[in-house]
Design a protein around this ligand. Structure first.
Ligand SMILES: *Cc1c(COP(=O)(O)O)cnc(C)c1O
Length: 222
């Protein structure tokens, strides 16, 4: 199946209020162009060097989302053009984005990455770390970032009930943060959850943004 055929069949499974981030990491600019020609404008990448290489080869109306773990020393390379950063897993990272975005007069949309999986290896704030950070109020002193919601990854498992439970935790936590800190702000509205293998469950559990790679572009050659 071609990228355009894959993309169209994925689209049929996604309700119109859920945004599709086409995850193009490890795939060449040509594959991105193919999806672009089918109308896709939002793409997700997870490595800084790869992303900055691709940006120069592709149309300027693409919205680039950085979805991977981001090191603070690399923030400055993507801040001039990136639309959203999904995986904020520390205050230090958020501070660096704020500082860097200030220098180029931008405000960057950010999602708080929450550790919802039972697996040890995944990055992200624990619920309590995130609650503490919100209560500190320090995020209010960062004029060049805008918190738009939360992001999380479920455990890599065939156990559908577990995946569903983890997504439910994220949605629940989103509601808690929303009510407590962003009740009057419509812009705090995003729950980024769901990948190729679990996006249908994620949508059922309240996802507003799915990040889908291999189902659209095929398997990745690492
Ligand atoms: C690679 C990646 C995806 C996409 O994964 P697929 O299983 O290929 O859909 C989604 N989110 C993040 C954070 C990723 O790194």
């Amino acid at each position: 199946m071609s990228v355009s055929e894959n993309l169209n069949s994925v689209r049929q499974n996604i309700p119109s209020q859920v945004q599709l981030v086409a995850v193009s990491k490890f795939h060449p600019a040509q594959s991105i162009r193919e999806a672009y020609e089918c109308g896709q404008r939002v793409f997700g990448e997870s490595r800084v060097q790869e992303l900055t290489d691709k940006v120069n080869q592709l149309p300027s109306d693409i919205e680039w989302h950085f979805i991977g773990h981001l090191q603070t020393n690399k923030v400055k390379y993507i801040v001039p053009f990136v639309t959203m950063i999904h995986a904020i897993d520390s205050e230090r990272l958020l501070q660096e984005i704020d500082k860097s975005a200030g220098k180029v007069n931008r405000t960057i949309d950010c999602l708080l990455q929450i550790h919802i999986a039972e697996e040890e290896s995944k990055f992200g704030f624990s619920l309590d770390e995130c609650r503490e950070f919100m209560a500190s109020g320090r995020w209010k002193q960062m004029p060049n970032i805008r918190l738009r919601g939360v992001m999380g990854m479920a455990t890599f498992t065939d156990n559908e009930a577990q995946v569903r439970r983890e997504f439910q935790h994220l949605t629940q936590f989103f509601r808690e943060v929303k009510e407590k800190w962003f009740a009057d702000e419509v812009s705090f509205s995003e729950i980024s959850m769901g990948m190729s293998d679990d996006y249908r469950i994620a949508i059922e559990e309240g996802s507003t943004m799915v990040r889908i790679g291999s189902t659209i572009f095929g398997s990745r050659q690492y």
